[in-house]
Design a protein around this ligand. Structure first.
Ligand code: ACM
Length: 265
C-alpha cells in the first residue's frame, strides 16, 4: 500500500479554501492513506474558547468531514485529518479517519499543548486501532508524540500505521521522537505537519514543516522541507509492522516486563 503526508499552509478561518488547498495538494501524488495536518482547515491560533467553538464541527455530518468523505470516495483512498469537533457542548482538538464508505474512526487529542488547554476539552476517548483492510491504523495528534505511552498503547493494540496530524512549532523534537516511536514499537508513522506563520495573539507561531514518514526500523522514508506545501507518498508493506523481532531472541513487544512498570498505572 501507499501512505502519504500532506504538508500545507492553511489561512486562518478560511475553511472552504483550506479544504480546496488540501485536496489540490493531494492531487500531486497517489496514495491509499493520506494524512493531513492538525486543524488543517481552520488554522491553529484561536483567540478564545468561544472562537474555537465557533469553528468546531460535528463529526461525521459537519462540512469538513463531509467533504473529506467525498474526496475519499473520489480518490478511493483513506484520509486522516485534524479538525475542531463539537459534541454535547464540548469542543475537542480532534482527528477523523474517513474512507470511501464514510467515517471510519475519530480521535480527540489526549495531550493538549500549551494554550490548547484554554481552548479545548481534553480527549475523552481511548486510543483506538481500526482495520481498514489494507492495514491497521491508529491516530495520535501532534504533542501526543511526547508521550511514549500513546504510541505504545496503539502498538499493543496491533497498529501497523500511526497517522499523526501535527501543527508543530518546535523544530526537531517530533522528527526525533517519531523515529523512536516507530523503532521501539516496530510500526510505520506518518507525521503531517503544517508550514507558515500565524500571528493572531501575542506570540507569532512559526510552523516547522519537515513532515515525515518512518519505517518500523526507524528509517526516514519521506522527509519534506521546512517551508514547502507538498504531498508525498511512499510504497510500504504494512506486514513489516507485524514482525517485532530484533534478533532471534529479542522481540520489541513480547520482551516487555509489565510487572516492573507498575508506576505507569
Ligand atoms: C502541538 O501539539 N500542536 C504542538
Amino acid at each position: 500500500m501507499r501512505i502519504g503526508v500532506v504538508q500545507m499552509k492553511p489561512s486562518f478561518g478560511a475553511v472552504e479554501e483550506n479544504i480546496d488547498r488540501a485536496l489540490a495538494t493531494i492531487d500531486q501524488a497517489k496514495s491509499d492513506l493520506w494524512v493531513l495536518p492538525e486543524l488543517f482547515a481552520t488554522g491553529y491560533q484561536f483567540r478564545s474558547r468561544a472562537e474555537a467553538r465557533s469553528y468546531a464541527e460535528s463529526i461525521p455530518d459537519g462540512p469538513t468531514t463531509t467533504r473529506l468523505i467525498g474526496a475519499a470516495r473520489k480518490l478511493d483512498a483513506f484520509i486522516c485529518a485534524g479538525l475542531p469537533e463539537i459534541d454535547r457542548g464540548k469542543v475537542y482538538n480532534a482527528a477523523v479517519l474517513v474512507g470511501p464508505d464514510g467515517l471510519v474512526s475519530r480521535y480527540r487529542k489526549i495531550h493538549l499543548f500549551f494554550h490548547e488547554k484554554e481552548l479545548f476539552s481534553p480527549g475523552d476517548l481511548p486510543f483506538s486501532v481500526v482495520d481498514i483492510g489494507i492495514a491497521k491504523v491508529g491516530m495520535m495528534i501532534c504533542f501526543d508524540h511526547f508521550f511514549p505511552e500513546a504510541a505504545r498503547t496503539l502498538a499493543l493494540d496491533g497498529v501497523q500505521v500511526i497517522a499523526h496530524p501535527a501543527n508543530l512549532v518546535i523544530p526537531l523534537y517530533a522528527q526525533l521522537t517519531m523515529r523512536v516511536r516507530a523503532l521501539e514499537n516496530g510500526v510505520f508513522t506518518a507525521t503531517a505537519n503544517r508550514v507558515g506563520e500565524e500571528a493572531r495573539a501575542d506570540t507569532t507561531l512559526r510552523f516547522t514543516g519537515e513532515s515525515q514518514i518512518v519505517s518500523p526500523r526507524g528509517e526516514v522514508l519521506v522527509s519534506l522541507s521546512a517551508t514547502e506545501e507538498r504531498a508525498q507518498a511512499v510504497e510500504i508493506d504494512p506486514g513489516d509492522a507485524l514482525d517485532k523481532a530484533l534478533n532471534p531472541l529479542n522481540d520489541r513487544l513480547a520482551d516487555r516486563r509489565p510487572s516492573f512498570y507498575k508506576t505507569l498505572n
